[in-house]
Design a protein around this ligand. Structure first.
Ligand code: UVW
Length: 319
């Protein structure tokens, strides 16, 4: 990084493309509007082998749950189990019914998740120009609720950047561009088309499973890096949904400007591209490498959380 002062997002993105108003002044799902019946039917037509891949990470994985710094992994608490029923004051149900109950206390962005379009902002405005004050006490605008209500079905394409670069996993702060995605697709023998759901594998979280808490020292994930050309490419390609196996879908700090999470703003806030993060692509990637088929029907429905800034999800990929 150079020594120049870090620009404000408003300055950096002042001439960047925007889709505010494109789907009406009340829109809350942005680029998911690109996924209509035509895209759903085309995606379903890609199901040829009957294979399914559930790409959520395991909440409560004994290896640990990687989360954005400052968040905490979900905690599952057992409330009732067989011991409950041994107690003197145990509830009694006719017929001898026993059951187990548990609960989780979790950041909505603490595992595999969809971000609401209003999840990030700058200069007091979020997706579609909504006032950022509408986030106070719960998202009254651009929450995850409309995304969960709509669901996501479309043609997904896996772009295995780790394999493409001949690495077990990408390095911290390693970047790639839309041109690298195109080169990766070409090497995999798959074409990227308009309105595709991009599913990008870095396998970077393998580092978390190897290092544990030391993973967070000097934290800077690898990923896509901002450029005006990249943003224009997403706009021209009408990309509805960006799915990756990293915590935040892009290089954490732009090596050119020092700005944090530029693409969250250029793509999510400005264009309405929905972000899906922390997916587990290992089984899917192995299968794609095995059968040479990198396109599939991608489906996902985050759980419905009123006013949520995001929601957990277990996307299902069908081949
Ligand atoms: C932030 O935006 C801080 O995190 P994420 O999109 O990874 O949930």
């Amino acid at each position: 990084m150079n020594d120049a002062p870090v620009p404000a997002l408003g300055e950096l993105l002042k001439d960047a493309p925007s889709n505010w108003g494109k789907w009406g002044e009340d829109d809350e799902v942005g680029g998911l509007n690109y996924l209509g019946p035509e895209q759903v039917l085309a995606a379903v037509g890609l199901v040829r082998q009957g294979k399914t891949f559930c790409i959520q990470r395991l909440i409560g994985d004994p290896k640990g749950d990687p989360v954005w710094p400052g968040r905490k992994p979900a905690v599952r608490t057992q409330i009732m189990d067989e011991a409950t029923w041994d107690a003197d004051d145990a509830p009694a149900f006719p017929g001898g019914l026993h059951y187990a109950d548990d609960m989780i206390n979790a950041f909505l962005q603490g595992s595999t998740q969809y971000d609401a379009l209003g999840h990030v902002w700058f200069d007091g405005q979020m997706w579609n120009g909504y006032d950022a004050r509408s986030s106070v006490g719960g998202m009254d605008k651009a929450s995850v609720e409309p995304i969960a209500q709509k669901g996501v079905v479309g043609r997904g394409v896996l772009l295995d950047m780790a394999r493409f670069r001949g690495k077990t996993y990408l390095d911290s702060a390693e970047t790639f561009t839309h041109e690298d995605l195109l080169a990766c697709a070409e090497s995999q023998g798959v074409e990227l088309r308009k309105r595709d759901i991009l599913v990008i594998r870095t396998n970077y979280l393998q580092r978390f499973f190897e290092l544990g808490e030391a993973f967070y020292e000097g934290f800077c994930e690898p990923g896509l890096v901002y450029s005006p050309e990249l943003v224009q490419w997403f706009q021209d390609m009408e990309i509805p949904n960006l799915v990756t196996d990293t915590i935040a879908n892009e290089v954490t700090f732009d090596p050119n400007t020092g700005v944090a999470l530029t693409l969250h703003n250029a793509l999510m806030r400005n264009l309405g591209v929905t972000f899906t993060e922390i997916v587990d692509l290992e089984d899917l990637a192995a299968d794609c490498a095995d059968d040479g088929t990198y396109e599939f029907c991608y489906t996902a429905a985050p759980i419905k959380v009123a006013q949520g800034s995001g929601a957990p999800v277990n996307p299902v990929v069908l081949k």
